[in-house]
Design a protein around this ligand. Sequence first.
Ligand code: SF4
Length: 479
Amino acid sequence: MTQPIFEDRKDQIYVKGGAEPFEMACNRDSLAGAVSQRACVFCGSRVVLYPIADALHLVHGPIGCAAYTWDIRGAVSSGPELHRLSFSTDLRENDVVFGGEQKLYRALCELIDRHNPSGAFVYSTCIVGIIGDDMEAVCKRVSEEKGIPVIPVQSEGFKGNKREGYDAACKALMRLAGTAPTDDISPLSINLLGDFNLAGEIWVIRDYFKRMGVEVVANVTGDGRVADIRRSHGAALNVVQCSGATLPFAQLMEEEYGIPYIRVSYFGIEDMSQALYDVAKFFAEKDPEVMNRAKEVVSEEIKAIMPRIKELRKDLKGKKAAVYVGGAFKAFSLVKTFRHLGMQTAVVGSQTGTKEDYAELEAITDPGTIIVDDANPLELQAFIKEKDVDIFVGGVKERPIAHKLGVGFCDHNHERKECLEGFIGMVNFAEEVYRTAMSPVWRFVPRRAAQNKAVLESKNLDSACSLDAPEGCMKEGAL
Ligand code: SF4
């Protein structure tokens, strides 16, 4: 690694196969001044809860906090779409001086009367933590008056990192679970945790389980419903996707209701198949046929997608990728998926990975791979340039980094509109990587144009006709 790194960040960055032994520092507060890619506690809790489509989501704080809306991270619903509306108590100076409880009470009553939600979540923001509004008391009063669960989410932005936001959201979910009857739930039943249905993925996954004869009780939380989560304690197993967001909910459910959980990923052929097999294995005693049904699903799906994957792989072979995502579980799957496509992951990192996560990443990556925890834009930019990758996979905050560097980008998080999970998701992902990484436009970004020109000159070729572009485009800095 040749790029300068803040002294206090050096133990959060590692090059596989380098001189340093693998000892990754992670899961700690971001370094002040380093401008982490992470969001605040409030954003973390909102990411988890707001896909619950029939709930009212009210941000108690100044209007700026509410800017993180459905438009930034869409979660699709098969029914109600109340979650797409943003509500804020819009606290002003007067409220900060005299308290915002009355305003919160009035806002809740008005919104519940107007929208008739099945439940409400009230998010605490930094200023509410400072002025000390008693959200608990207001929510309890409104809940009694309106007859629906009204749940405070203790998500003051300053009290930690995004991971604390996940914890706050999971504690809020725990107040919903266990509040409705579970009589008619099948013995082969699961809750799906950690999928937010950004592009209809949860419908694909639910279909696989349905074909296996497994009932999904609650989606936590993509395309989620308050009533389903209230009876989620009746499921036999919690299936947790990704590592960060909803794992605390699974752990609390295990403590409180004795429901075991498994961790899975639905990205890529290997991990998707493994997820179905792991669930089948769990229920094998109750239903010896469930494993055969899982195998049938896997074999049918793989048969359908492999011809196209093989075709795309021919051209993608040897290309390089950088990956920076929220949870490390997704990073594992992406490393394996790129390998399936004949590509190498040269840079990989996450916002919230744990020591175990990074040990796993170290084990599955190739020598020379840069592994990073809680990166900032300057670091990511430096790593991408150093490794000269063909595509960067990340979320909404990583997109401008790729665009500014002239590197292909694939949104694997907030804004995507195409399902990337399941077997069909593998094809969609491969197609997107192909379209992006193989685009001829990258020849003309200044960095690549200079390289191309040097190669062509060394072969005595005319750049204009060889690259089918005006000569001016081949000059460094022309674009
Ligand atoms: S850090 Fe605080 S003020 Fe900023 S968005 Fe988060 S909750 Fe709001």
